[in-house]
Design a protein around this ligand. Structure first.
Ligand code: NDP
Length: 466
């Protein structure tokens, strides 16, 4: 009998199935179009992977309680496959959705499947094709009691951090796993945008060429910024185009695409009343990069002189410090949203553990995540990452560099929305006076919305201008 079944054998399902097979699990595979299954088996035959042409044969081949993982396109396909599966499964069987489903869909599906006597897990999986094949970061959410049935498979196929711990931990009930994956992707947007801004500063202010920028990122990779994204960035700048004599990065159209998760993070942050301005800035930067009017507008608006930078070494070091300080603020925003969601959805999210499972296998894997885990281990009820004393010290010591770099970029007409929002967020977060007294006065003036006073309890209204 097969120990687990995977439905959906496109890039992610195929890679995950082979990862499981490598770990000695007998894996059944099914794909709606059998042609895809056949191609997979031809290209990647594996003694532990058994393909099936029909869903009935596939389900029959599984040992009980059956464990079925869906790796199909997020959205309607997941509902369609659940409907096809339910008549074939029995009480106690487990359906897992490893795709990028919207967490509210997962909450709905979990309740629905539970009513049929089965278990349902929404599992966030990060790391793209390579992660799925060699070990991704895994964020399972669902019925806590049934988790024991799937824990060992998930932990065995997950990436392992440097100390050997699997990058997989139970996240919480129903949609918690997909929620954390969503916010992980939001953080990823901000992280990528910050790196793109650092690139623009190095290119236009530092006048470095691509090879030099690649080397600068290579140096960054040796220190506290060490991460998957910095590593691939250094490699990207070294890559030549095989269709021209240019660097490949210069031949790529300057307009970025996105799928749903970054936008969902922003919508959810608005709903929860949490400021994730850097994630919003990163999403907006991608949107703006698709504005077809950009080229024409550049011709219409006068060219702004690029600011002078004292010397290259200072610039390189200040960009490094800016990246690091802004990265701390981006993660602090993302984790603030997770903290709020933990209460709002009653999930009791293990924030420190969540940071620790991002340490390997996923796109935002970085040395720095150890510090987030440490911060939450040090103080379980930490209200905000920027109030952790280690992060506080680092932000304070790098803050000036961030302000210098963002200011130079703005004076030079270089778009740095994520860095700019990092600074605004820090200023809103750390200043006792943010101008809201005037806003309340205006609201009371035009709409009698009342205001609170600093010297007396209660709400007050004033007859302004009379
Ligand atoms: P896709 O998202 O491109 O989905 C293709 C798969 O879905 C195929 O197996 C396809 O079957 C199946 N499918 C589509 N519609 C239906 C349907 N109505 N009924 C049954 N099967 C259907 O595949 P990926 O491998 O890229 O991703 C799988 C999931 O993992 C997605 O949710 C994705 O968002 C998520 N994910 C992807 C990552 C990546 O890097 N690609 C990273 C992390 C998560 P058929 O061949 O018959 O069309």
């Amino acid at each position: 009998m097969n120990q687990i079944g995977i439905i959906g054998l496109a890039v992610m399902g195929r890679s995950l199935a082979l990862n499981m097979a490598d770990h000695g699990y007998k894996v059944a595979g099914y794909n709606r179009s059998y042609e895809v299954t056949k191609q997979m088996v031809e290209k990647n035959p594996h003694e532990n992977f058994i393909p099936y042409e029909t869903l009935e044969e596939f389900v029959k081949s599984l040992e009980k309680p059956r464990k079925v993982m869906l790796m199909v396109k997020a959205g309607k396909a997941v509902d369609a496959v659940i409907e096809q599966l339910l008549p074939l499964l029995e009480n106690g069987d487990i359906i897992m959705d490893g795709g990028n489903s919207f967490f509210e869909d997962t909450i709905r599906r979990e309740a629905y499947v539970k009513r049929q006597g089965l278990h349902y897990f929404g599992i966030g999986i990060s790391g793209g094709e390579e992660g799925a094949r060699k070990g991704p970061s895994i964020m399972p959410g669902g019925d806590c009691e049934a988790y024991e049935e799937i824990r060992s498979i998930l932990e065995n196929i997950a990436a392992k951090s440097e100390d050997g711990t699997p990058c997989c931990t139970y996240i919480g009930e129903n949609g918690a796993g997909h929620y954390v994956k969503m916010v992980h992707n939001g953080i990823e947007y901000a992280d990528m945008q910050l790196i793109a801004e650092a690139y623009l500063v190095l290119k236009h202010i530092g006048k470095f060429n691509n090879q030099e920028i690649g080397k600068i990122f290579e140096e960054y990779q040796k220190g506290e910024l060490s991460s998957f994204l910095i590593r691939i960035t250094s490699e990207i700048f070294q890559e030549m185009d095989d269709m021209s004599t240019q660097s490949l990065v210069d031949m790529i159209k300057d307009s970025a695409q996105q799928k749903g998760t970054g936008r969902w993070t922003n919508m959810e942050a608005l709903k929860q009343g949490i400021d994730v301005s850097m994630i919003a800035a990163a999403g907006n930067a991608r949107l703006m990069s698709n504005k077809e009017t950009r080229k024409t507008a550049e011709e219409h608006y006068p060219r702004i002189k690029i600011a002078k930078i004292p010397n290259h070494e200072t610039l390189i070091e200040d960009v490094r410090k800016s990246l690091y300080a802004a990265k701390i603020i981006a993660y602090a925003q993302g984790f603030d949203l997770l903290k709020q969601a933990s209460t709002a959805y009653d999930w009791n999210l293990p924030l420190g553990k969540i940071a620790s499972i991002f340490r390997a296998g996923c796109i935002i894997q970085a040395k720095f995540l150890n510090d987030i885990t440490r911060a939450y281990e040090h103080e379980k009820n930490l209200s905000h990452l920027l109030l952790d004393e280690v992060f506080e010290k680092r932000v304070i010591s790098y803050e000036n560099a961030l302000r210098q770099i963002a200011a130079q970029a703005m004076l030079s007409g270089i778009p740095v929305p994520a860095m700019a929002n990092a600074i605004s967020y820090l200023d809103l977060f750390t200043k006792n006076h943010v101008g809201a007294n005037l806003i309340q006065a205006q609201r009371d003036y035009f709409g009698a919305h009342t205001f609170e006073r600093i010297d007396k309890d209660g709400s007050f209204h004033h007859e302004w201008g009379k």
